[in-house]
Design a protein around this ligand. Structure first.
Ligand SMILES: [Zn+2]
Length: 295
């Protein structure tokens, strides 16, 4: 009896923040799914944002980006920038092939006195800019955001820039207290030679079965997907996690952008210079002797 309980616990841990990579429809469609509730919750808590629409904006973006990390290989990474119709409002997110994910809303957006819908925030002139690749080989693509809901807009990006039929869904729900209840995402692409209609079938299946996908008590993702599609062929699992990667050295480098006067003033006031990472909230403090070296 005891053994059984341990097994269930382990299984749940494996499925959280884990991308399940599968082939479906007789290996004509690749389909990735992730329950990233834990990851999105962690990042939203770091961000300390309380506005529901802004939480949704960041959460959805990160949810999709975490899933795209499963399509990367080796030292590839993607860096995504969403610019709203009002171009001073931006969302940044990036991820690497190891599933390290991070992202944030820019300062202007955090300060925005906004109470409309996500669609209203994105507006008619929103754009997506994605940089994908490794150090040696980078590709930058820019598309518009005709759907105003982030998930379909990023799918639109893939359809335009990679000429591959793509479906992306990102499901996020908040409770009455604005706390995250669940977050999951799906990414499906047609493989070469597959009939184009299959991607709509995937979309319909996901739209019809939201309840099953959002129910966290069924914690085995393979089982869930097998209820939706007849021939689910699991090809792998990979983790996603929050990772910022900032360092004191990085911020020291940024002190160079301060004017000599500002640096001198900090030394004269005998005050350390405080810097803070916008992404993870870590702070780095520079003593007078460290500031002196920049002059
Ligand atoms: Zn950081």
């Amino acid at each position: 009896m005891k053994l059984t309980i341990i097994k269930i616990v382990e299984r749940k841990n494996i499925m959280e923040n884990t991308i399940v990579r599968t082939l479906i429809f007789n290996k004509q469609v690749r389909l990735f799914f992730v329950d990233n509730t834990k990851l999105i919750n962690e990042i939203l808590n770091l961000n300390k944002e309380t506005n529901k629409v802004l939480k949704l904006t960041l959460g959805k973006t990160l949810s999709v980006v975490s899933l795209i990390s499963g399509t990367l290989k080796g030292d590839q990474r993607i860096s995504l920038q969403l610019t709203m119709s009002d171009p001073k409002y931006k969302v940044f997110a990036d991820a690497d092939a190891k599933g390290n994910v991070r992202g944030y809303l820019n300062g202007e957006l955090l300060k925005a006195p906004f109470d409309g819908s996500l669609g209203k925030l994105i507006g008619h002139k929103g754009t997506i800019r994605m940089i994908k690749g490794s150090h040696m080989n980078q590709f930058t693509g820019i598309t518009d955001m005709p759907y105003g809901n982030i998930a379909d807009d990023i799918a639109h990006y893939f359809i335009q820039s990679e000429q591959t039929q793509t479906y992306i869904g990102a499901n996020i729900r908040f409770g009455n207290d604005n706390q995250l209840l669940f977050s999951n995402a799906v990414f499906a692409q047609l493989l070469p030679g597959a009939p184009p209609g299959l991607i709509d079938e995937v979309r319909q299946v996901f739209n019809k079965n939201q309840k099953l996908l959002n129910n966290s008590s069924v914690d085995n993702m393979e089982e869930k997907l097998s209820k939706l599609f007849t021939d689910v062929h699991v090809i792998g699992y990979s983790p996603v996690q929050f990772f910022c990667g900032c360092s004191k050295e990085m911020f020291y480098g940024m002190l160079h952008s301060l004017s000599k006067n500002d640096l001198k003033q900090a030394i004269n006031n005998k005050e350390p210079i405080e810097t803070g990472c916008q992404i993870c909230g870590r702070t780095y403090s520079f003593e007078q002797s460290e500031v002196q070296e920049l002059l």
